[in-house]
Design a protein around this ligand. Structure first.
Ligand code: SF4
Ligand code: MG
Length: 332
């Protein structure tokens, strides 16, 4: 039974002259304890999807179609009262910049105790004990001292650990992490990602990791969704996708990774750029950048089909599969 089911979700922006669609027909499920990555370049709609799930879309963005089920509840139908029981408590979210979450004028301890006591009727002393326990769970040494410090007294990596500790305070069922390590240097990134994975595993928390960096995905997520211009273009088990990417966009993202390029080989950035909202091309939105684009790709939109490796929306793959089936048919 899925923990989270997103069905045909559409997000629009209502502007004065027109309504622009930012997310189109997004469907996926998340099982309890599963780790899912959402990958794509900046502007693909990944963060927007995260915000839509926790009802933090900013005006003039809104969910114009589809449903998001968390257990039995349709999240798109909840009022702000009901959201208080879910956001931060059952579904927590962490962001690239820890200072979005942390209050600069309160000590780490003050904000943790406040967060706990907003949801649980426990004494300040018990809340402090719990907070210090959570700080040590995120591998913060000298947790009692850190408890008394202000966010600016901590390093970037340490702050992000505090944010993770706060996200985990109320034992959420889902953690959505939006580029949680992008602002950190590479060694710290690896440590924080390892910590996230470990905590989610130990505590049975389902993780949605939003990232532009395919390099971090393989270490963390069992399944991956690749997004382009507001749509899911490929989805499947992470290792299968990394070993044999089907969609030309996924291939492009992987070819652009330093660790995927052979020694001495030039990095292959995908030419062109992600179209902005309101400029999504017709047909397959990737066609202006795709080395395999044909006339058909400019006007018709490919539907997702299962390739045997992943589910992918691309005419080139569709044709390849049709040819293979024909050949198999010939043998019979
Ligand atoms: Fe490229 Fe066409 Fe496939 Fe789109 S549908 S990814 S343009 S080959
Ligand atoms: Mg983003």
């Amino acid at each position: 039974m899925a923990l989270l089911t997103v069905e045909h979700l559409q997000v629009d922006f209502r502007l004065r002259q027109q309504t622009l669609t930012a997310l189109y027909d997004i469907s996926f499920t998340l099982s309890p304890g599963e780790r899912l990555a959402i990958v794509g370049e900046s502007g693909a709609g990944k963060s927007l999807l995260g915000y839509a799930i926790v009802n933090l879309l900013r005006q003039p963005g809104y969910i114009s179609a589809g449903a998001i089920h968390f257990h039995e509840q349709n999240l798109t139908k909840l009022g702000s009262r009901q959201w208080q029981q879910i956001r931060g408590k059952k579904i927590a979210m962490i962001f690239q910049d820890p200072m979005v979450t942390l209050n600069p004028v309160l000590t780490v301890g003050e904000q943790m105790v406040e967060a706990i006591r907003a949801h649980q009727k426990i004494s300040a002393q018990a809340a402090k004990q719990l907070a210090i326990h959570k700080l040590s769970q995120v591998k913060i040494s000298a947790a009692e001292q850190r408890f008394e410090q202000y966010p600016h007294e901590l390093s970037g990596g340490m702050r992000q650990r505090v944010v993770i500790a706060i996200a985990m305070l109320l034992n959420p069922e889902i953690l959505i992490a939006d580029e949680p390590t992008t602002a950190l240097d590479v060694t710290i990134q690896a440590q924080i990602l390892h910590l996230l994975k470990q905590l989610c595993e130990e505590q049975g928390v389902a993780l949605i990791l939003i990232t532009h960096d395919f390099g971090v995905v393989s270490r963390i997520a069992e399944r991956t969704l690749v997004m382009y211009a507001g749509r899911i273009v490929e989805r499947g088990p992470t290792l299968e996708i990394i070993n044999d990417p089907q969609h030309p966009y996924t291939q492009g993202l992987l070819n652009a990774l330093p660790q995927m390029a052979l020694a001495g080989q030039r990095l292959n950035q995908i030419p062109g750029h992600m179209p902005s909202l309101g400029e999504h091309p017709s047909g397959c939105a990737f066609h202006p950048r795709c080395p395999y684009a044909t006339e058909k790709c400019r006007w018709q939109r490919p539907r997702p089909i299962y390739s045997g490796i992943s589910t992918v929306a691309c005419f080139a793959i569709e044709e390849l599969l049709a040819e293979t089936n024909l050949e198999e048919g010939d043998d019979n």
